[in-house]
Structures are given as C-alpha cells and as structure tokens.
Design a protein. Structure first.
Length: 536
C-alpha cells in the first residue's frame, strides 16, 4: 500500500493525498495551492493521473487549501462520492461557488490584459457551474458514524476542533487478512477555542499523517490573546483611525465576532461600529448559526440563556459592493474582511485606503503563507503594490498568533501522544519546510516513533518507507530554469514597449478635455504593467 503526497508537503497549501494499492485509489482532500507564483502554478497542472479511477474522496474540512480543487477534479472526470461532515458540506455550498466566481473574474482580468497585448485567452481553472456540479457528489456524514466506502475500507470522521465541521479521518483497511489503520489529522485546532469543541482524542493508529503549520512554535494562551486584542483595539481607537482586520471568512471571522461581542457586552470596549465586509463570511456566519450541534458547552450555555454569541448592537454586515465602497469614508471603525492572507477580495481595497494613514491599524489574526501580501506586510515591507499603485505602510501593524485555529507544537505533541503504538509511522505534512522538519525531530525526541517529512510528488510505500518521485510534468533542471527567466525578462521588455506605444497612440488620438478620462486611461495602463510585473 502506498501514499502519494500531491500537496501540503513542505508547504501549507494544496492539501491532497492518495492512498492506493492494486484494488483501490482513495483521495483525502483536494486543496488549492496559494502563495508564491511557483506554488500557485500547481493549480493548473493536470497532476492527477486518472480522476475517473479514484474510488472516493474524503474531505477533512471546507478551507480552500483543502477543498478548492474539487470542482477541477470533477470537471476532469471524477464521479465518485465526496464524503465529509454535514457542516463542511454546508460551508462548501457557499465557498466553492464563490471560489468559482473568483476563478472566472481572475481569468476575465487576465484576458483583458492579454487582448491588448495580443496574447491568447486563458480559461478559468473552473467556474461557478463546475463548482455547483461538484456539490452534487457530496455525501454528508455525522461525527462518529462509520461508513464502508470500499469493500476493504471503512472510515469514520472525528471532530478536529479546527473550524466548524472540521474532521480527523480514521481509515481502516483490510490487507491480507489483517487490518491497518491510517489516521489523517486534517488541521487540528487548539484546546479552548471559541464556539467549537476541542479536538477529539484518537488512541490507535498504525500510520498517521499530521499537520505541522505551527510545528516549530508556541501560541499565547487564549486569555492572554483576548487581553492583548483589547489593548490593541483601545490604543488604536484613541488614534481615531480605522482598524483593518484581514480574516478568513470561516472560523476566524466568527471568533472575532464572538470576542468583540464579549468585550462590548461587558463594557470593556465602547460600542463602536464593526463591519463584516465579506459576503462569504456573512454566509458562513449564517451557517454557523444553523449548525449549533457543533458548538462547545460554553457556547451552548450562552444560547440557552437567550443570548447570541455571534451578534451585538454595533455589528453591521456589508453585503453589496456599494456598501463596501461606502466604508472608505469611515473613521474610527473596525473593518473585518477577507481574504485572510490579503491575496484577493475586498480586504485589498481597505488596505489601499488605510495602509498609508498613520492613525490606522492593521491586525493580522491568522497564518500568512510565503509569497502572500499579508506575509510581506508582517515582515516589515515599507510599501506594497495594490491595484497598480505603490502604497506606503504607515499604519501600525500587529500580529496576534493566539487567534490561530491550529494547534501549536506542544498541542500537536499532546494530541499525538495519545496514540499508543511504538511502531507508529508518522508523516509530517501541511507545514513550511522548516516547521515540518523541526516538528518531525520533536516527534522523534519526545514520542520516540518514526517521523518522515515527504516531498511534493513523493509516493511512499507504507511498510518499507521506500519512495519514488513524480514531477507532474515539471522539469527542475537549473539550466532550463535560467533559460525560462531570460525568456520572461525578454517578454516583459517587449510587453512594456507595446504598452508604451499604446500610450503614445492613445494620447495622440484624444484631446483629453476631460481630466477624469485621462486618469482612467492612465490607471488602466498602470494596472496592466502591474499585472505583467506580478507575473514574474
């Protein structure tokens, strides 16, 4: 039996693994790659050798880095069942069509540029209809329910405590008269997280795939994090500027609402306007309210007392683009918007409108992957490029790691240590290379079991740990890399010259009595140049 590591190997995105032998092929997660261009380019690869031969897909949770390529897989020929929890299916019903819309808009923007540059059109990775069709394959399950998905395989979903509906997957495989158990941690939450329950304990496994997002560091406690959050808010409000919070639409936004509600309702914070400016986050919040069975005891108690943990008087939801644009005139408000890593969505507009202001504050409350705008800001960038313009970073920048929905190093070790098997084989995944290698060493030292950090494209025999590599059509020869870079520089030079010619032709043909028209045309040229540069 073999495991193929299609994603989230020495990186935190693109989670996807295939378990296979001569009789079956099962996929766990089918996530989108995010971050640097070389990572994002993997989304366009037809890397799955035969989608139609995959017997079933198991989905740990709804985050796009775990679910985002499901519509592409279905589009390319996968027709099997997609097993997941009910809450995850509910969240995917809004997240995947939203992702499809983003793919369409991205392709539309690229094609606008390509048309002017004489380049061929590109197709979106998938569209809204592809996403809606993929949803037809979902089979919702309850936590603790054991299901036979193949004559030799049964699975059970356990609460991972990461986001609403997130799951640890237990998989039992009959092999030559014996049973082997493989456990997939998915993304494990910390204990004491707001709203949802703590991760369930798993005490038996032969093979474990465990995440390592924060495998080399520790978080502050939730209590300390809430105190720090309150202090940051009060200091920022005294400056009369806006407080911008990039937040993942699922879980992080809801936990922020929960924390702010507690502060406002207990008079620890004035009833200042708080805007949730993300249609996806608003839909996700409504799904949270409908899935109360996933809530922890504390949240259930609040509900029984007649209060709402996800509401307060000064909370406002901005659903339309018009409402979102009106927030540019706000001062002294808290604006929570997606995406959490500032890679797309309305948050980029709010950063453009506030980053240059000394009275403004930006609070990061989630992981920022390599290559993302959020990562550049927290690493101290003095200016960033947004919509074709350089924007100075004058706002105060804060990072609150204690809001993370991922367990830290010691939390992961504590959870793993419940598995009582000296022959356990641990594959460390879903972490940047440094974090994964560090956590693997910690596992060996503290738990005393085999820990292996796979490479992207590696297929490992579970019994022998022998492996083979697959490049998925990529060629990693250094000489060819340099040749590609030279080609890209030549292409960029040609493109800039074309834009220069277009600009001179544009000026010669128009008198520009209308100053706004001149600004519009110049902005269009700037945006095209910015997109070409971003490609490199």
């Amino acid at each position: 039996m073999q495991i193929e590591f299609i994603g989230a190997a020495r990186t935190v995105t693109g989670s996807s693994y295939i378990i296979k032998d001569g009789d079956f092929t099962i996929m766990v997660d089918c996530g989108m790659f995010q971050g640097k261009r070389e990572i994002k380019d993997r989304n366009h690869l037809n890397r799955i050798y035969a989608p139609g031969k995959i017997d079933a897909l198991l989905l740990t949770h709804a985050h796009i880095d775990h679910s985002g390529l499901i519509p592409k897989l279905v589009k390319e020929g996968f027709y099997g069942n997609i097993y997941t929890t009910k809450a995850t299916a509910d969240l995917c019903s809004v997240m995947l069509p939203d992702s499809g819309h983003i793919q369409e808009m991205d392709a539309k923007w690229v094609n606008k540029k390509n048309k002017r540059l004489g380049r061929p059109e590109v197709e979106p990775i998938y569209n809204v209809k592809d996403a809606e069709k993929a949803l037809e394959n979902f089979v919702p399950l309850s936590y603790g329910e054991t299901v036979q998905i193949h004559p030799r395989i049964k699975v059970r979903f356990r609460d991972a405590g990461h986001i609403l509906g997130s799951a640890i997957i237990e998989m039992w495989i009959d092999e030559k008269g014996k049973q082997k158990k493989i456990v997939f941690s998915g993304d494990l939450g910390p204990t004491g997280q707001a709203i949802i329950r703590d991760p369930e304990i798993v005490d038996e496994a032969d093979v474990l795939l465990i995440e390592s997002t924060y495998g080399d560091r520790l978080h502050k406690s939730k209590q300390d994090t809430y105190v720090e959050f309150k202090d940051i808010l009060q200091h920022a409000l005294n400056k009369k500027g806006n407080i911008i919070i990039p937040a993942f639409a699922i879980e992080r936004t809801q936990e922020l609402i929960y924390a702010l509600a507690r502060m406002v309702n207990s008079d620890k914070l004035p009833a200042i306007p708080v805007y949730i400016d993300s249609p996806l986050a608003i839909s996700a919040t409504e799904i949270f309210r409908r899935n109360r069975d996933c809530f922890d005891k504390e949240t259930q108690k609040i509900l029984l007392e007649g209060d709402s943990p996800l509401d307060f008087n000064s909370l406002h939801f901005s659903r339309t683009s018009k409402e979102s644009k009106q927030l540019a005139r706000e001062t002294g408000s808290i604006i929570i918007s997606a995406s959490g890593m500032c890679t797309a969505g309305r948050i980029k507009y709010h950063l453009r409108d506030n980053l240059y202001k000394q009275e403004a504050s930006v609070i990061f409350v989630g992981y920022q992957a390599e290559g993302t705008l959020g990562r550049r800001i927290i690493e101290g960038a003095k200016q960033v490029r947004l919509y074709g313009k350089d924007v100075k970073v004058n706002a105060r920048i804060h990072t609150l790691g204690g809001f993370s929905a991922h367990a830290d190093r010691d939390g992961l070790i504590a959870w793993l240590s419940n598995i009582n098997n000296p022959d356990l084989k641990v594959f460390v995944v879903h972490g940047e290379e440094k974090a994964s290698l560090s956590f693997a060493e910690t596992v060996r030292e503290r738990v005393g079991v085999t820990a292996y950090v796979p490479m992207w494209g590696e297929t490992v025999d579970v019994d022998t740990l022998k492996s083979v590599m697959t490049t998925y059509g990529l060629d990693d020869k250094p000489v060819e890399k340099y040749t590609e870079i030279d080609h890209e520089i030549d292409s960029l030079t040609q493109t800039i010259n074309k834009l220069k010619d277009q600009y001179h032709e544009m000026v010669s043909q128009k008198s520009y009595m209308n100053t706004e028209q001149l600004q519009d045309d110049l902005e269009d040229i700037r945006s095209l140049i910015a997109m070409v540069i971003d490609e490199l």
